[in-house]
Write a protein that binds this ligand. Sequence first.
Ligand code: AMP
Ligand code: GLY
Length: 419
Amino acid sequence: MKVVIVGKGGREASIAWRLAQSPRLSSLVVTGDNPGWPDGVEVRSAARVQEQVAVARSVGADLVIVGPEAPLASGLADGLQDAGIPCFGPRRAAARLEASKSFAKDVMVSVGVPTARAVVVDRNDPASVAAGRARLSEGNVVVKVDGLAAGKGVFVCRTGQEATAAMDGVWSGRFGAAANRVVLEDRLEGPEVSVFALTDGDRVVALPCAQDHKRLGDGGAGPNTGGMGAYAPCPLLSPGECQSLVEQIHQPVIRELDRRGVPFRGVLFAGLMLTPDGPKVLEFNVRFGDPECQVLMAMWQDDPLPWLHGAATGSLPDGSPSFRDAACCVVLASRGYPLSSEKGVAIPEPPASEGVVTFHAGTRRDSEGTLRTNGGRVLGITGFGSDLAQARSRAYDALPGWRFPGSQHRTDIGASALD
Ligand code: AMP
Ligand code: GLY
């Protein structure tokens, strides 16, 4: 099978690494640079949707796997499917589950999926702005930019003053049209889990639940980031509970989209909070999480290709994919992250260690062949093994070999699961 992967971060590097082990893979083409691509990968350059479709067409792709949300929100799956090329990732109309938080709310409310109560504010509708201002003044509210904001459009506020300031900030112009609508959600409390399901638009198959660590510092201190590490499986949910959440959340949402004429093919990722009143959905993503994907790929035991291809073609295999016991990914970030990122710092490359794979995210190789930092999240050091303790210690034992000047990492990825 000829496969194209769109995206060039740690998530896509992990998909490429895992697919490179598939006996069904005949060629792998990618559309961006990553020094960690497996051997034999062909790199073509393509940025916009039409260019990506042209690459897929010219290589005769049997499957295109789209890693990030932005190309899906721009209609890449539509362009590929119209060209007769199977795409793992939904069409634009279904990608709105991630690209519009008010759309996701509307879908959830219409099928009774548990989620935080919310008020949607439309900037051009004075009555809704007045209702929004009243809600802000009550405090304990989360201000969410409706459109895609690269993870920077959510503000968790306790006081009314903080909330009003957040809303003013959101409307100061920085988010542009993405903030024409804003969702004001009740602030919830509890641990967060990432629940993934593959779907071909009809069948829905649960994957292991994972946990991300979004804050920069140990114990959840410091600013929000794209994710400083992840592990799976998450002991807060048994495999049976994970399966039943998929039946209560993913399945009705996918049925509802189908009813609205927008079938979903790919992976649906629900970010949940386990509140004292039960699990509630904070957000939907229409792609794998980063760094949760690194963990899922390190754990994936049977061949993932029939599953990804089956989701893209409306023919998911029967049963469920099989997974190793556990994996743990620790992110090494550059100095200054998440506000900035120091680029060009040389990164040592230690020899491989057993049960560990290091995925590149923000790296580049210079003309002399030295590996250098080139972004905020630089590497994802991912251990796997027969239990979480082993997976975790493998990742943390390998990590010092990769540290570079100014590197930052958390020391507690997966620690709470071992208490
Ligand atoms: P989102 O992009 O909607 O998942 O929000 C990013 C982060 O903001 C989540 O991972 C949570 O930590 C936090 N968050 C989002 N919604 C809420 C909520 N209703 N209550 C408390 N925290 C939230
Ligand atoms: N790790 C969270 C995300 O990918 O959105």
